[in-house]
Design a protein around this ligand. Sequence first.
Ligand code: ZN
Length: 234
Amino acid sequence: MGRRLVRLAHSFFYAFIDFVYPPLCLVCYCRLEDDERFVCERCWTSFPLVEQPLLLADQLDVLHNRKKYFDHSLVIFHYSETIQNLIHLMKYKSLPGIATLFGRAIGHLVQERKIFYDLDMIIPVPLHSLRYRERGFNQATLIAREIGRLTQIPVKDKVLKRIRYTRQQAKFNKEERAENVRNAFRVTDASIVKEKNVALVDDVLTTGSTMNECAKVLRQCGARQITTITIVRI
Ligand SMILES: [Zn+2]
């Protein structure tokens, strides 16, 4: 069979699947339009945006008596159960496409409000290679790439490496989380971040321990301004 024929068979196959199982919105279960993926337009626009997306690290209610190594924190949405469910589906039910939707929303916000005109690079919080193999993708990288695509800010996904396999932060309390990620990251090439303004991207900011640990090693390598970017702060 020629390649074109195979491709044709494929598209017929998927058209058939769509016909039998039309893609539904993960939030309201309505049938999605052709240009919609995972979540319908109406649900997306109903997610409450935070009024002040960019805050100083000192304004955050995290890492109380510990030094904060990042300067700013940007989030796009207010925390809600719906958003948390979507993040859960993205990470644990292998729906990486949702990460691209979140990245797109953040990218548009950054463009519209002209945040980050002096940002040199976007760095996703890395997964350990074992976890990557387990999950098959890093949601932080996918979010970062979409922000990068829209803003033209380069994404450096090799500069930070997770050198220790850590258990999932969700299983621990505040103190244990800090301990769990201590010395878990390394910068592979300090010259890339030296005197640069960087944004660290992850899906959520909870106690801030993971982001702070990443920011610490970047700071040690001479990074100038560090901003964390996440979908929500929990
Ligand atoms: Zn919907």
